[in-house]
Design a protein around this ligand. Structure first.
Ligand code: 5GP
Ligand code: MG
Ligand code: MG
Length: 184
């Protein structure tokens, strides 16, 4: 049961749907006539990219990259590894990275540096959630759904120990639940 793990729902399905629609409209405007490639950062970006792409009224393409920086911990190790690279070249493309959340910014900084060397026409970031106060590197996403305080959040793509990605809203898990799972 999901309910037993929830401390507080931060963003409901409705909150998210409204924000996704707004972002989709803005991106549609900004990328008109461009060669848009959405790059989903797996696994966390999967639900967001799926919904967002349906609200972008343009002939876009999609690709997927998987990076790892956390393991099963709730804090960043700062070590970034590409687990699955893009299938296609991004040279000359207008690349928009779709992320679930930016915390320290270390993952994205690494990713931006890596993708920049592949000569895209443009390279921007769309994140559902942002924790600007947690930033340890200088990085501001061009598109952001919600800025949040320093909470560990779960749902809508975001996991806790690989679970809860399918939950259609974003919530803060109960501390007792997190402690119990991490000690077992
Ligand atoms: P950063 O490198 O910016 O510190 O962390 C980026 C990645 O860490 C995110 O893409 C996400 O996978 C994970 N992460 C950061 N904060 C949270 C959080 O509050 N909840 C969850 N589930 N994952 C997070
Ligand atoms: Mg992510
Ligand atoms: Mg994770």
């Amino acid at each position: 049961m999901v309910e037993g793990a929830i401390d507080r729902v931060l963003f409901s399905e409705k909150d998210i749907a409204e924000k996704v629609e707004e972002l989709g409209k803005q991106i549609t405007k900004d990328y008109k006539g461009k060669d848009l490639l959405l790059v989903c950062v797996l696994k966390g970006g999967i639900l967001f990219m799926s919904d967002l792409s349906k609200k972008i009224d343009l002939p876009l393409k999609m690709d997927f990259i998987a990076v790892s920086s956390y393991g099963d911990s709730t804090v960043s190790s700062g070590v970034v590894k590409i687990l699955k690279d893009l299938d296609t070249s991004i040279e000359g493309k207008d690349v928009l990275i779709v992320e679930d959340i930016i915390d320290s910014g270390l993952t994205l900084k690494y990713l931006l540096g890596n993708l920049k060397t592949r000569k895209p026409a443009s390279l921007k970031v769309c994140t559902l959630l942002d924790k600007p106060k947690r930033r340890t590197v200088d990085l501001t996403p061009e598109y952001c759904g919600f800025s949040i305080e320093n909470h560990f959040v779960v749902g809508y793509g975001l996991d806790f120990m690989q679970m809860f990605r399918n939950v259609p809203y974003v919530f803060i898990p109960k501390q007792e639940y997190v402690d119990k799972m991490q000690s077992s």
